[in-house]
Each structure stands twice: as structure tokens, then as C-alpha cells.
Write a protein that binds this ligand. Structure first.
Ligand code: MRU
Length: 438
């Protein structure tokens, strides 16, 4: 795997994703503005990867601040964070990284400026390493959801290149392949910049995973013909009610998946949740240069003067998402079939089980939290049409304490979330309640 981004001596080096897979070129950034430009121009892209780049860019920028007094250093650093935050608006990861770096500067107010600069540099490298570890955990949690001989549809690139390494959606696919599952991946080409065909197909083929590219508009045809067993995508931001922003085209895939009774999974780290936003429509959607649509590789394709609209992302409402796979647990949609209603906006983790796949044994929270108001009645076992004889697909329901979950997230003032139910589905690792870990 080509490393997405590395810190080398006095500069940052990132692989130019606009040129892959035909050319492997490196972009060398020696200052903050070069990193911001690399993010804006999508030399580096993918939500977690731009989070890492933001952290490294700020650490790099901090090195160039000449002031030795703390207050002057801090003022200059805060200006840098404002410039960085405006680089790309949809992915929450830039803001997450900025907050983390600001926190370090605030916590070290009694230390010398040189020491702070060193700490920022170390922290940005830790963010990179931690991201890879988180993705491996996402892969482990997602593994039980991938049946042997599955055909999996994915969109855009949520792989090693979009992250510090390993990938989120592709991390789950990679984990299934590493576990010896015989899988086939159908990749949407992902217009207009073709991240699916150029980057995802490239990563999968490097791993020796059977891969077929389709034009984005062929997905419905394949699903209707029963050629797709599940869809898995990454996420740029997930609002408090579970609505998810991801590469434009994700929403239509989710609607098609629901219509064709195919599980639709989102794989993302917990840091992708933005609990300051109640619902998806509050997520800012980046609009990019119309020329990305009307031209390709600098070559104009449409008639001169053609207008184009180029939203880079869309919102998939939580109702279309079967489950969100994170590094801590898999969060299932609440199962309406058992008489439960979807909860109002602001209550994320009442997500519903996918179609009929869930068998809930009604276990209680072992973390010492009262669950009496949320006790889930034992439900009859039944067979899932997608995975008929697979007993390992049994699920425990657990509850994650809200306060503990919040600690994982960057939100300073989260909205009231109420009670949450987590339906954990991780039979290969037993059914132990992980609430404590959160
Ligand atoms: O515009 P991009 O290429 O940055 O969009 C990337 C995506 O939409 C990814 O699916 C998302 O960032 C998740 S990456 C793990």
C-alpha cells in the first residue's frame, strides 16, 4: 500500500491522488498554505486523510511561527486554524483535527513555545497512527457482516488512500479478504473525479481482491438482478440522528438498496459523528468547480458555456442505513418490525436492524446503567433472506451510556440525545457488552 501521507524531516509528503493510478507522484508541502492547497485541490482527499493532513499542516505551520511569547504564538496559531478549517467544509475531520491541535496549545500554556511546537508535531503523527489502528478495528467489527461469497458494492474511495491507512469501508472489505472470505467487489466509477475506478479499484487489485467497475448509473440494474449482496460506504460526517454525508451518489444507492432489500452499511470512526448537528440537512455540502463535471483531465467535454452543478456530497437519511460500523461497535437501526418506532432527530443510536437480519436476544447492559426503560423483549429467531442458515448472525442488544459516548466525540456542547440503544452484532467476538469501553 502506498502511504497516504508522511512527515519527513522538515516537510510533509503526500501521494498525489489526482494522478493515481497511472502515475505515482509526490506532493511535498513545506508550509501550511501548501497543505491547505493540497486539500482544496484534492491531491489528498477522503475524510480521515484530510483530518490527518490538517493536523500535520498545522503542526508544520506552527514550526514557522517566530514568536517566543505564548500569547503571540497562540494568536498566530489560531489564525492558521481558521485558514485550515475553510479548506473543505463537509468532512468533520478537519474540524476534529483543528480542535485537537488547539487543545494542545491551550493545555501547554505554561510551557515554552519550542516545546509546544514539538508536541504538535508528535500529536499529528499520533493521529495518523491512531487512525490506522481505528480502521483495523472497524474492519474487525465489520467482518461478521460480510458473508462468504458476497458481492459487495462500494462507492468512491474509503480505502487506505482516504485514511491514514487500511481504510474504513475498504478496511471491512480488506478484513474479509484477509479472513479468507471469497468476495467480489463492484466499484462505482464515481463521477466526476472517478475515485472509485482510479483509487478503489487500484487498491483492491493490489490486494488481489476480485474487482469489477461499473458506471454509477448501472448500480440499480445490478441490484435488481440480484447481483449485489450488500453495499458498504464510508462517511464524511454523521449527524446526531444518523443521517450521513458521503460522496454524491451515496443517497441514490441507499434508496436502491432499500428497494431491493439489500443491507446498506456505513463504516466510519466515531470521530465522524457530529453531535452538534441534529440532522443531515444541517451538514454543509461542498460545491465544487462545475468544470469538474464538464471536463475531464483538462479536456472540455460539454458545449462551451454549459452550466453544471457539482455538489461533492449528499445526505443519506438514517432510515436508509442498516448499520454504522465503528471501531467500538456496530450501531443498528431500531427494528420497527418489533413494534418500535424510529426515534426523533437527535437520537442517533436507535438505528434499525437491517431488513430482517437481526435476531435480538434482549440482553441487558452490563455496565451498571439502568436499562429498565429500554429493556428489549426477547424476540423470536427468524431467518434472514440474505443469510438464511448463518446462525453466527445473532445479535445482542446493549446500551452505551450517553456520557461515555460523548467523551469520544469532539462536540463541546452536544444537543440532548436522550437514551440510546445499541444493537451490537459481532458474533465472531462473542456477545460481550462493550459499553464500558466507550
Ligand atoms: O471528495 P472526496 O474524494 O474527499 O470524498 C471522499 C468520500 O466521500 C469518502 O467516501 C469519505 O470521505 C470517507 S473516506 C474513509
Amino acid at each position: 500500500m502506498i502511504p497516504t501521507i508522511t512527515w519527513e524531516g522538515n516537510h510533509i509528503r503526500l501521494v498525489d491522488q489526482r494522478r493515481l493510478p497511472l502515475e505515482t507522484r509526490w506532493v511535498v508541502c513545506r508550509g501550511l498554505n501548501e497543505v491547505i492547497d493540497a486539500i482544496k485541490d484534492m491531491a489528498i482527499r477522503g475524510a480521515p486523510a484530510i483530518g490527518v493532513a490538517a493536523a500535520m499542516g498545522l503542526a508544520l505551520g506552527a514550526q514557522s511561527i517566530e514568536a517566543q511569547e505564548y500569547e503571540t504564538f497562540r494568536d498566530k496559531f489560531l489564525q492558521m486554524t481558521r485558514d485550515m478549517e475553510s479548506a473543505r467544509p463537509t468532512a468533520v475531520n478537519i474540524r476534529w483535527a483543528v480542535e485537537r491541535m488547539k487543545e494542545i496549545v491551550d493545555e501547554m500554556r505554561d510551557r515554552g513555545v519550542d516545546e509546544i511546537k514539538e508536541a504538535l508535531k508528535r500529536a499529528s503523527q499520533d493521529i495518523l497512527e491512531r487512525d490506522i489502528e481505528i480502521n483495523r478495528r472497524i474492519g474487525e467489527h465489520g467482518l461478521p457482516l460480510i458473508p462468504d461469497r458476497a458481492t459487495i458494492l462500494t462507492h468512491c474511495n474509503a480505502g487506505s488512500l482516504a485514511t491514514g491507512g487500511y481504510g474504513t469501508a475498504l478496511g471491512v472489505i480488506r478484513a474479509a479478504h484477509e479472513a479468507g472470505k471469497d468476495i467480489h467487489v463492484v466499484v462505482d466509477e464515481t463521477r466526476p473525479l472517478l475515485q472509485g475506478m482510479r483509487l478503489t479499484a487500484f487498491e483492491l487489485m493490489e490486494e488481489g481482491i476480485p474487482t469489477t467497475v461499473i458506471v454509477d448509473s448501472a448500480a440499480g440494474y445490478l441490484m435488481r438482478r440480484g447481483k449485489v449482496d450488500l453495499v458498504i460506504i464510508g462517511a464524511d460526517r454523521i449527524a446526531a440522528n444518523g443521517d450521513t454525508a458521503n460522496k454524491v451518489g451515496s443517497y441514490q444507492l441507499a434508496v436502491l438498496a432499500k428497494e431491493n432489500r439489500i443491507p446498506f452499511y456505513v463504516a466510519a470512526p466515531l470521530s465522524t459523528f457530529d453531535l452538534t448537528l441534529q440532522e443531515g440537512d444541517q451538514i454543509p455540502i461542498e460545491e465544487r468547480d462545475p468544470k469538474e463535471v464538464t471536463s475531464f483531465a483538462g479536456q472540455q467535454l460539454g458545449p462551451e458555456g454549459l452550466a453544471a452543478f457539482n455538489p461533492a456530497f449528499d445526505i443519506t437519511p438514517a432510515a436508509y442505513i442498516s448499520a454504522v460500523i465503528t471501531e467500538k461497535a456496530t450501531f443498528w437501526k431500531e427494528h420497527t418490525a418489533y413494534g418500535r418506532k424510529l426515534r426523533p432527530a437527535g437520537q442517533v443510536f436507535s438505528l434499525e436492524a437491517p431488513h430482517d437480519c437481526q435476531v435480538d436476544k434482549g440482553s441487558n447492559d452490563k455496565a451498571g446503567n439502568s436499562t429498565s426503560d429500554l429493556k428489549i423483549p426477547a424476540k423470536p429467531e427468524h431467518q434472514c433472506p440474505h443469510h438464511p442458515a448463518d446462525k453466527s448472525r445473532q445479535v445482542d442488544s446493549t446500551r452505551i451510556p450517553v456520557g461515555a459516548l460523548r467523551k469520544q466525540l469532539i462536540s463541546r456542547e452536544p444537543p440532548p440525545l436522550g437514551d440510546k440503544v445499541v444493537h451490537k452484532h459481532n458474533p465472531e467476538q462473542g456477545t460481550e457488552d462493550e459499553a464500558d469501553d466507550l
